[in-house]
Ligand binder design. Structure first.
Ligand SMILES: Cc1cc2nc3c(=O)[nH]c(=O)nc-3n(C[C@H](O)[C@H](O)[C@H](O)COP(=O)(O)OP(=O)(O)OC[C@H]3O[C@@H](n4cnc5c(N)ncnc54)[C@H](O)[C@@H]3O)c2cc1C
Length: 453
C-alpha cells in the first residue's frame, strides 16, 4: 500500500472571513448521509451540537438493513467469527491497521447500542445476542452472520435455529426473489420450509414487481386485508410465515403485528436483493429521529462543490453550483462520503482519489493488482482496503503521518484497511468511527470553552 495523489494544497487556500457570504453557520457539517453520516449526526445532536447534514443516496441505500459488526477474517480461507467481541480482541494481531483498533470494544458496543436505542424509540426495533452473531437466511438461500437484525427478521432466526415448520409466501412477478429457489437451496438444512406463490393485491397486469413499491402499497389497510385474505387459506399447521422483506416502509412494526393478528402465526421477513426495504427503513427512521432535534439541519440534493479554509481555521463550503449554490461556514467538518458508490472515492486508471478535499488515499502500489482474478477470493481485493489513513480520533493524516486539519474528521467506509465486504463490518465501522469522532469533537469543544472562560 502507498499514499496516493499529492494533497492539493491550493484547494484549501485561506480567504478573508465575511459574515454576509454565508447562508448558514454551524458547529459541525457532516458530509454524507449514509449509515456513518446519520450515526454521527445522531451522536452529535444528542450532545447538543449544532449540525448540518449533507448528502443523498450512497452505498447505504443498497444495504440490507442488517447491522454487521464483525463476522469474518479474510485470508487464504475465510475464518468466520461467531463472537464479534472475541474477534475484536485478536484483530490487532491479524489486521493491525483496521479502524476498530482505534477504539475499545466497549466503545464500539456502546456506539451500536446507542443507535439501536434511538431506533427503538421510533418503532424500528433491532434484535440479536450480546456476544454472538445471529445466523439469518438471505433471499439467496444462503446463511449470513450479522450482529443485529431488524425485529421483523427475528422470528426467522428462531425458526431457522429450531428448523420449525414454516410457510414462505412470495409473489408472481416479484423481481430478484424466488421462494422455490430458496427452498431448494435450504432443503437439506431446513426440510420443514414450504413455499406458495400468490398474486400481490392490486397488481394484476404488472409483469414486474419491485419490493420497495410493494412495501409502500402495504401501508394501505385495504391492501393488507387483501393480502391476509389471499394467504390465510394456504397456512396448514405452520407456526411461522415468511415473506420477502417488504412489509411496509414507514410503519412496518404495526403492519407485521396486524398481519400476525389476522393470520394467527408468527411472521418474519427474509432479506431481499438491493435496494432493500429494511435498509431504507433504517435511513428513513434515522432521518425522522434527527428531525426531532432543533439543533439539526439537513440539506439534501446538493453536493459539496468547493471547500476552503478561512483564516479563523473554519471551513467555508460551497453547496451545489451556479445560481442555486449556497455557502456554509463550519467550525468542524466530518467526511462521511463513503467509497466509490457513495462518491467519496474515485478511481482513474492510475490511482484512487478522495473527491472533496483531495486527501491522500492509501491504495495498492503500482505493481500490485487492485483486484484478484476471482471475485470471491477469500482474501478480498486490495482496492477494497483503499481509503483514508486517520489518527486515533479519526482525523485524516497526510503523507508524513501528520493530522491534516485539527478540525477535519473522516468516518465510515471511506477509511482505509477495512474491507467491509469480506469482514462483514460495514455498519459497525460506520457507527463506531462516528461515535469516536463526535466524542473527540465534544472533548475539544469543552476544552475550548474552558480556555475562553
Ligand atoms: C449492496 C450492499 C449491501 C450491504 N449490506 C450490508 C449489510 O448487510 N450489513 C452492513 O453492516 N453493511 C452493509 N453494507 C455496507 C454499508 O452500506 C456501508 O458500510 C455503510 O453504508 C457505510 O457507508 P457510509 O455511510 O460510509 O457511506 P455511504 O453510504 O456510501 O454514504 C456516502 C454519503 O456521502 C454523500 N456524498 C458523497 N460525496 C458527497 C459530496 N461531494 N457532497 C455531499 N455529499 C456527498 C452521499 O450522497 C452519501 O449520502 C452494504 C453495502 C452495499 C453496497
Amino acid at each position: 500500500m502507498r499514499f496516493g495523489s499529492a494533497f492539493n494544497e491550493t484547494l484549501m487556500k485561506t480567504s478573508i472571513y465575511d459574515d454576509r457570504k454565508y447562508t448558514l453557520q454551524t458547529d459541525l457539517t457532516i458530509i454524507g448521509s449514509g449509515i456513518a453520516g446519520l450515526s454521527a449526526a445522531l451522536f452529535a445532536v444528542q450532545e447538543g451540537l449544532d449540525i448540518l447534514l449533507l448528502g443523498d443516496a450512497g452505498a447505504s441505500n443498497f444495504a440490507s438493513g442488517l447491522l454487521d459488526v464483525l463476522a469474518a477474517f479474510p485470508g487464504k480461507k475465510i475464518d468466520h467469527c461467531s463472537d464479534p467481541w472475541q474477534g475484536m480482541a485478536v484483530l490487532p494481531e491479524h489486521f493491525p491497521k483496521h479502524p476498530y483498533n482505534r477504539l475499545q470494544s466497549d466503545e464500539i458496543y456502546q456506539a451500536v447500542v446507542q443507535v439501536m436505542r434511538a431506533l427503538a424509540t421510533a418503532d424500528l426495533g433491532y434484535n440479536g445476542f450480546e456476544k454472538e452473531n445471529v445466523q439469518v437466511i438471505t433471499g439467496l438461500g444462503t446463511c449470513k452472520q450479522t450482529y443485529r437484525v431488524p425485529e421483523s427478521m427475528w422470528p426467522g432466526v428462531k425458526a431457522f435455529q429450531d428448523k420449525s415448520p414454516c410457510l414462505l409466501v412470495d409473489f408472481h412477478g416479484l423481481k430478484d426473489f424466488s421462494g422455490p429457489w430458496l427452498r431448494s437451496t435450504l432443503a437439506r438444512e431446513w426440510p420443514a420450509i414450504r413455499t406458495e406463490r400468490v398474486d400481490f393485491p392490486e397488481t394484476r397486469g404488472h409483469s414486474e414487481l419491485f419490493a420497495v413499491r410493494l412495501a409502500q402499497s402495504l401501508e394501505s389497510e385495504r391492501v393488507r386485508q387483501k393480502l391476509a385474505a389471499a394467504v390465510a387459506p394456504l397456512i396448514r399447521d405452520e407456526q411461522f410465515l415468511a415473506f420477502p422483506a417488504l412489509l411496509g416502509l414507514y410503519s412496518s412494526g404495526a403492519i407485521r403485528a396486524e398481519l400476525e393478528e389476522r393470520l394467527g402465526v408468527s411472521i418474519f421477513e427474509i432479506p431481499t436483493m438491493p435496494p432493500s426495504v429494511p435498509g431504507l427503513r433504517f435511513l428513513e427512521t434515522m432521518g425522522g429521529i434527527l428531525n426531532r432535534y432543533s439543533c439539526f439541519r439537513r440539506e439534501s440534493g446538493k453536493r459539496v462543490s468547493h471547500i476552503q479554509r478561512e483564516e479563523t481555521g473554519q471551513f467555508a463550503l460551497t453547496l451545489g453550483e451556479g445560481e442555486f449554490s449556497s455557502r456554509v461556514l463550519s467550525r468542524q467538518v466530518m467526511l462521511a462520503t463513503g467509497r466509490f458508490l457513495g462518491g467519496g472515492l474515485q478511481a482513474d486508471p492510475e490511482q484512487i482519489r478522495e473527491v472533496v478535499f483531495d486527501l491522500p488515499v492509501v491504495q495498492p502500489s503500482p505493481d500490485q493488482d487492485w483486484h484478484q482474478e476471482d471475485f470471491f477470493d477469500p482474501g478480498g481485493h486490495q482496492a477494497n482496503r483503499a481509503g483514508l489513513e486517520v489518527d486515533s480520533v479519526f482525523r485524516p493524516l497526510d503523507t508524513k503521518g501528520d493530522v491534516v486539519y485539527e478540525n477535519l474528521y473522516a468516518v465510515g467506509s471511506i477509511l482505509a484497511h477495512s474491507d467491509w465486504m469480506r469482514m462483514k463490518c460495514g455498519a459497525g465501522v460506520a457507527i463506531a468511527s462516528a461515535f469516536k469522532a463526535v466524542q473527540s469533537i465534544c472533548t475539544a469543544s469543552n476544552q475550548e470553552d474552558r480556555f475562553s472562560l
